[in-house]
Design a binder for this molecule. Sequence first.
Ligand code: NFS
Ligand code: SF4
Length: 663
Amino acid sequence: MSQEEKKEKQLSEVKKSKPLDPKAATTCESTIQMLRRAAADGAETAFNRAAEMKPCPIGAESSCCKHCFMGPCRLNPRDPYSRVGVCGATIDTIAARNFSRMVASGGAAHTDHGMGMLDVFREVVRGNIKGYKIKNEKKLFEVAKSIDIKVDGRSVKDVATDLYTELERTYTQVEGEIPFMKRVPPKTLELWRKAGIVPRGAMREIMEIMHRSHMGVDQDYENIVKQCSRTALADGWGGSMVATELGDIMFGSPEPKKAGVNMGFLKEDQVNIIVHGHEPLLFEAMIVASSDPENLKKAEAAGAKGINLLGMCCSGAEVLGRHGVPHAGNFLSTEPVLATGAVDAMAVDVQCIMTGLNTMSKCYGTRFFTTNRKAMIEGAEHVEFDEHDTEKCTNQIIDMAIERFRNRPVQVEIPQRQDWGIHGFSMEYISYMLGGTFRSSYVPLNDNIINGRIRGVAGVVGCTNPRVKQDYIHVELVKELIKNNVLVVQTGCSQIALAKAGLMKPDAAVLAGDGLQEVCETVGMPPVISLGSCVDNSRILTACAEMVRTGGLGDKLSDLPVAGCAPEYMSEKAICIGQYFVASGVYTVFGVTFPSVEGTKFHKLLFEGLEEQGFGKWGFATDPYDIAHLMIEHIDKKRAALGIKGERERKLFSMEDRRAAEG
Ligand code: NFS
Ligand code: SF4
C-alpha cells in the first residue's frame, strides 16, 4: 500500500465510525471509558468533531493561499503546476510561504513563553517578585559559564543579573548571534554561518518571516526555507532553551522519580484540580497553594480529604518530572477527563487549550478558568494570574474548586487505571546516570553507541491528533525502536502516551533488544526516557551537542546516529520543532499529514535537498513500523558513515566498575 493509501485508510477508520467508536479513536482505556460516558450524556469532544469535519484536501497539502485579497487562490494538489495564483505564485512559493508562517507561529509560541520566563526571572533577581526564587544555584552557574559569563568568586545576584541581561538578546537582538550559539558544535555552527542562518533575536526573525511571506515579497522557495531554518533555530537554540534553563534554575532540575500517569489518579474524596497548559509559573504557584494549610483546612471543612492537583499536557509533563505531580493525560484526553465529573476545577494558561473545554466543563459542572490575559475563551471564567501576587489567583481557583466539590452536580466516575513510571531526566542526569558522580560524562553513552549495544538515539515527541488513533502510533513506534536497540528520549504528549503504556519503567527493558537491554539493566534505567515538555526538546539538542563534544561520533550534529519523530502531531509548534531539528542536522519524520505536495520542488528541498546541503531532512510516513524503519535505516546510514557499523566488542562500564572508579 502506498503512503497515500495508508493515510486515507487511517483517516477513514476514524471517520467512518458514526456514531464514534471509542476503540477506533484511541488506545487509551480511560479515554475510551470517558468517551462512552460522554456519548451517553450527549457531550461532544474533538473525536466527534474530527469525525464530522472532513479535512480540506487542498488545505491539508498547503496548496491554497490567502495572503492577499486577489485570492484566496487554490491550486490543484493532484496537478500542482497546472495553475498559479492570481499574482502568478507557483505551488512552491505558496507552500513555502505557508510553511514559513507555521514556523513563525510555532516559534512565537515557544519564544513568547521563554521570554515570559525571562521577565519573571529578571524580577526575581531584582527582588520585585517574591513568590519564586533561584532554587538551583549550581545550574545558574553552569548556564552562565556555558555562555562565557564569569562566575568565579562572584555572587549569585551578580551572575544572575549578567545572565538575564545576556539572555535577553535571545529575543531582542537585532544583529549578531544569540548567546546559546556558543553551545553549538563548531562545525555545525560553521555550516550555519556559511548558509546565513545563524539566528538573531527571535522577534527579529519572526518579524522577518511575516514580512517576507506577505504578498509580493519573498517568492523563492529556497530563500524562504532558509528563513524558516533561521527562525526555527531561534526557537530551539534560543527561546525554548532559555525556558528550559530558567525553569531548572528557578524550580530545580528534574531528577528521576517514580510518578503516576492516568485518570486513575483523580480522587473521589478529594478536591480535584487540573492545571493544563504550558508555562510552569501557574503550576508551581498552584503546587504551593494546594498544600497551604489554610486551603487544606477549607477543603476539610467541605468534607474533602485533601486537595489533589494533577497536570495535563506540557506544564503537567514538566512538573511530573520536577516534582512527581501526577499527570491525568495528554492533549486528546483533556476533554474526556471532564466526563469523569470528578474534576472540580480546571485552570489553563496558554497553548493547546481546546475551545471545546469550556462547553464540556459546562456539561459536567467543572469550574473552568482561563488565567492568562493572552489566552481567553468566550464564555469562560477568567481569573488573571499575576506573578507578583500569585496567591490572589490560585486561592480564588481553590475556593471555587472547593465550592464545586461541596455540591458536585454530577455523579463521579473515575477510570481506575494508574500507570507508574520513572520520570524527570535531564541531560545532566543522563550523564550522571551513565558515568557516575566522579566520571559523570557522555563517554559511556558514546561508547555504547560505538560498540553497538545502543544502535542510536531517537527523539519521539509531539501531540496526539484525532485524525489518527490516539497514542497508538507513539506506542507501537517506540516499541519497535527499542526492540531494535534504539534508545528513545521523549517529551510532551508522546511521553504521556508511553507512560500510560508502561514503558517508562526500568523493567520495560525486557522489551528492548539485547544490547539496549544490557545497558538499561546495568545502569537501572528504562529504555524510554522522559525529558519533560515540548520546550524541553531543547534538552535533546544540548544532549546531542554533548555527544559530539564527547567525541567518537563525528564532529557535526548531522554525523550523529540519531533521528526524530512526531507521529501524531497537530500543532504549528511541532512544525517549528521539526524544522529546528532538521536545520540542526537531524532526520525528522512526521505522521498524520504533511503540508506540502509530493513531487514539488519545495517538497524535494525539505525531503532531500536540505540533507545534500549538510543539514538534516524531513521524512513522512503514517504507519508506526514504516516510521520506525525509516528512522533505523537512517541511524544505520550514519553508523556506516562513522565506520561503526555492527561493531560490538568494548566492555560495558558496569555498576561494579563505576563504584571501583569512584573509590
Ligand atoms: Ni507540544 Fe504541549 Fe501536546 Fe502537542 Fe500541545 S501539549 S507544546 S503542542 S499537543 S505535544
Ligand atoms: Fe493568490 Fe498571490 Fe494573493 Fe496568494 S498572494 S492569494 S497566490 S494572488
